[in-house]
Design a protein around this ligand. Structure first.
Ligand code: LLP
Length: 387
């Protein structure tokens, strides 16, 4: 049970809105992920961009999970939470000199380079620091992830990575850069991927690239296959943890791995989405035109996914246990924007002012993307084991 009746009674006494993080669900997710990853002895790096709460990072790292970072701030956060720098990777299409310098000084496992210009910049900074930079090249495999177009990253038209056709040129360049050590390749094709055949296509592309590299006698020890595993937004209670087994099994079956190679994955959403729920209160039930608007005290300022990607999140009225009477509502926030809604024509139990509303599966890309828009303040944070 995601919400016990005990917890719901407590919610009624707390100021809203708040993000509620269920630590039992998080722990279970971490365990299941690591068990499944073990079948291919893969290293998991948690993509901090999904949620950078210290406690979340600590729980995941207790299970042996490292960090995937995209800024100096995230690397600092990972180190502050005692993640060994040798378990940290840094990616991103635009790293500043300060970020590269910091990563080199901390001697993290790998900097994932996304362009030829960046390789030169990293080489220069490494030479000034008199170190050799461990680099993976992010290769854009041109695989369609069949997900929302705004969270697709692995097509040639996307800004990310180096196109596979540029590889010969890149390799030639790397051979001239004295302060770069090429240790790996990196791929990330998109997020919220639910069709496992997409990962099979990725494996086949990666195999081709690695055969080419191996023919050139280039030894790649570190293969980073990115993140992207999707979660079930429509029925979270029946799918509290993603199907990690099917996911890693695809790589087990289709990826050609040489003995000296280590696989790495950078999962964000799959690890943390289901442990979070955004909890709010009904401010007013407004009847207008032929509609009922349920106006709640949180909006796109705290969860922007529906407005930005037309994302679906399950909405529940936790104050009502009676499942018999239900009505149709447009569930909206208080923000002065028409896109400020969480769902249209949502069936909910007959709802009233001050009822407690839960917006599910919001542990990933929820709180981290919240803003001060309309100056309504940031949501509070509550962990289940502290309540
Ligand atoms: N690695 C790289 C290089 C990434 O760019 C990302 C996500 C990940 C790993 C983690 O992906 P995940 O396992 O979470 O799918 N704000 C959007 C999602 C943006 C994802 C950005 N990159 C959303 O709310 O759906």
């Amino acid at each position: 049970m995601f919400f016990t009746s005990n917890k719901i009674e407590k919610f009624k006494t707390l100021p809203t809105p708040f993000y509620y993080y269920n630590t039992e669900v998080l722990t279970l997710t971490a365990k299941k992920c690591m068990e499944a990853a073990n079948i291919i002895s893969a290293d998991i790096h948690y993509a901090l961009k999904a949620n950078h709460q210290d406690k979340i990072i600590q729980i995941l790292s207790k299970h042996g999970i490292g960090a995937d970072c995209v800024s100096k701030g995230e690397v600092e956060k990972a180190i502050k939470n005692k993640i060994n720098p040798k378990k940290i990777v840094l990616a991103g299409v635009g790293k500043t000199d300060e970020e590269i310098t910091y990563a080199l000084q901390k001697d993290i496992a790998s900097i994932n380079a996304e362009s030829i210009q960046e390789l030169e910049i990293i080489n220069n900074i490494a030479s000034q620091l008199n170190v050799k930079a461990n680099i993976s090249i992010r290769i854009n495999p041109n695989v369609d992830a069949y997900t929302h177009k705004y969270i697709t990253t692995g097509l040639e038209e996307n800004k990310f990575g180096i196109n596979a056709s540029d590889l010969p040129h890149i390799l030639e360049k790397i051979s001239t850069l004295k302060n770069i050590k090429l240790i790996g390749t990196h791929y990330h094709i998109g997020s919220q991927i639910t069709d496992m055949s997409v990962f099979k296509t990725l494996c086949l592309k990666v195999n081709e690239i690695h055969r080419y590299l191996s023919d050139k006698k280039i030894k790649i020890e570190h293969i980073n296959l990115g993140g992207g595993l999707g979660v079930n937004y429509t029925n979270p209670d029946e799918h509290l943890t993603p199907d990690f087994h099917s996911y890693f099994d695809v790589f087990n079956k289709f990826l050609e791995k040489y003995k000296y190679q280590q696989l790495h994955f950078e999962l964000g959403r799959a690890l943390v989405a289901q442990c979070g729920a955004l909890i709010a209160k009904v401010i007013i039930v407004k009847k207008s035109f032929n509609k009922q608007f349920l106006i709640i005290d949180t909006g796109m300022n705290h969860l922007i996914r529906p407005a930005l990607y037309e994302a679906f999140h399950l909405i529940q009225n936790l104050s009502k246990t009676d499942t018999q009477t239900s009505s149709l509502y447009d569930v909206c926030g208080p923000i002065c924007e028409t896109t400020d809604f969480f769902g249209k024509n949502v069936w909910l139990q007959h709802s009233e002012r001050n009822d407690i509303i839960a917006i599910r599966t919001t542990g990933a890309y929820g709180e981290v993307m919240s803003s001060d828009y309309n100056l309504r303040g940031k949501p509070n944070i509550i962990f289940s084991d502290e309540l």
